[in-house]
Design a protein around this ligand. Structure first.
Ligand code: ADP
Ligand code: TRP
Length: 322
């Protein structure tokens, strides 16, 4: 049995890029009976950049609702909110004391953020220590993350090794599992779909708003009558990511044949999303209209997570000399 753990920041409502690039593949991985997955919402990490309490709460619920709606099994696995497990802050403090200052000061993601922001807080600086505590608190063995998190995982391994060297074997050194598939979902403007570029498709919107987002996909000005290229078309690219082979062939024939406008293709994409994700959209809305259902899931997860956290922290405290 391998223990897999990963955290998801709650900085927005998950968009189609998050779903196809991260959420759906992680749920697939969690279905393997040989694995036990711990997935959590990193709502403490979100504080490094978010100041709006209502938005933080709403995004946390939306993130949880998306995972549940897409079929994450919260009975087999452990699904929780980082802020429900205060033990993580205690372990973070212990790790702070074995973490060299230059390791944090030279971290890529800290330098990137510090260069862009005029207001750099200590949370951004110690972000990797909280992340290491997230992982080490649960004896996680495998941590699936994107390429951008690779250095954070190396730092986590470093901290575990240093701690074990000083205090004796206490913490489990995790392996990163870096997703090598280069599946970058394009946004409505053809760039990588991202919250920060405001080019995302939120499949959980009501029909009319979802349709409006899809109608906003940028296309060229080829006239309706003319045949169209599929190669660089943002509508086609998204359609091809979601459709069956048969549907893709039909769409290609429409593009090649002419008298098929981008408006038609967008309508087809809209209908495809509505059909493909009908159950998930309905379930998401049901959960968001009934947040106590989400709370119950997260509380159930917190009880299971806390039990592991207390065990590991007990070991840490003993070896520290408390
Ligand atoms: P955003 O760029 O919208 O802020 P995040 O950085 O919060 O998204 O990403 C959360 C997860 O979703 C990460 O695992 C990331 O790799 C994945 N992800 C985000 N955008 C895309 C995309 N356009 N294509 C594929 N995966 C994505
Ligand atoms: N830093 C991760 C990200 O932005 C989120 C995260 C927080 C995480 N704690 C974690 C990921 C622990 C894996 C393990 O994507």
């Amino acid at each position: 049995m391998a223990r897999i753990l990963t955290g998801i920041q709650s900085s927005g409502i998950p968009h189609l890029g998050n779903l196809l690039g991260a959420i759906i593949p992680a749920i697939e991985l969690s279905k393997d009976p040989k694995n036990e997955s711990l997935f959590f919402i990193a709502d403490m990490h979100s504080l490094t950049t978010m100041r709006d309490a209502d938005a933080l709460k709403e995004n946390t619920y939306a993130t949880a609702a998306a995972w549940i709606a897409f079929g994450f099994n919260t009975d087999k696995n452990i699904f929780y909110r980082q802020s429900d497990i205060p033990e993580v802050c205690e372990l973070m403090w212990y790790l702070n004391n074995i973490t060299p200052y230059p390791m944090l000061a030279n971290a890529h993601s800290f330098k990137d953020k510090a260069n862009k922001l005029h207001n750099v807080n200590a949370g951004l600086f110690t972000y990797p220590v909280l992340m290491a505590a997230d992982i080490l608190l649960y004896d996680a063995e495998i941590v699936p993350v994107g390429k951008d998190q690779k250095q954070h995982l190396e730092m986590t391994r470093d901290m575990a090794r240093t701690f074990n060297h000083i205090y004796g074997n206490t913490l489990t050194e995790p392996e990163a599992s870096i997703d090598k598939r280069v599946m970058i979902i394009p946004g409505t403007d053809g760039q990588k779909m991202s919250k920060s570029y405001n080019n995302f498709i939120n499949i959980f919107l009501p029909d009319n708003k979802l349709r409006k987002q899809i109608m906003g996909i940028q296309t060229d000005s080829t006239p309706l009558e003319d045949p169209k290229e599929t190669e660089n078309c943002n509508v086609y690219k998204l359609y091809a990511l979601l459709a069956s082979n048969e549907q893709i062939k039909e769409m290609e024939a429409n593009y090649n044949g002419g008298n098929y406008g981008y408006g038609h293709a967008k309508q087809a994409l809209y209908e495809l999303i509505c059909n493909k994700y009908a159950i998930e959209r309905e379930r998401f809305n049901e959960l968001m209209n009934n947040k106590n259902l989400i709370e119950n899931e997260l509380k159930k997860g917190a009880i299971k997570a806390r039990k592991i956290a207390k065990d590991v922290l007990g070991r840490v405290r003993t070896n520290l000399g408390y």
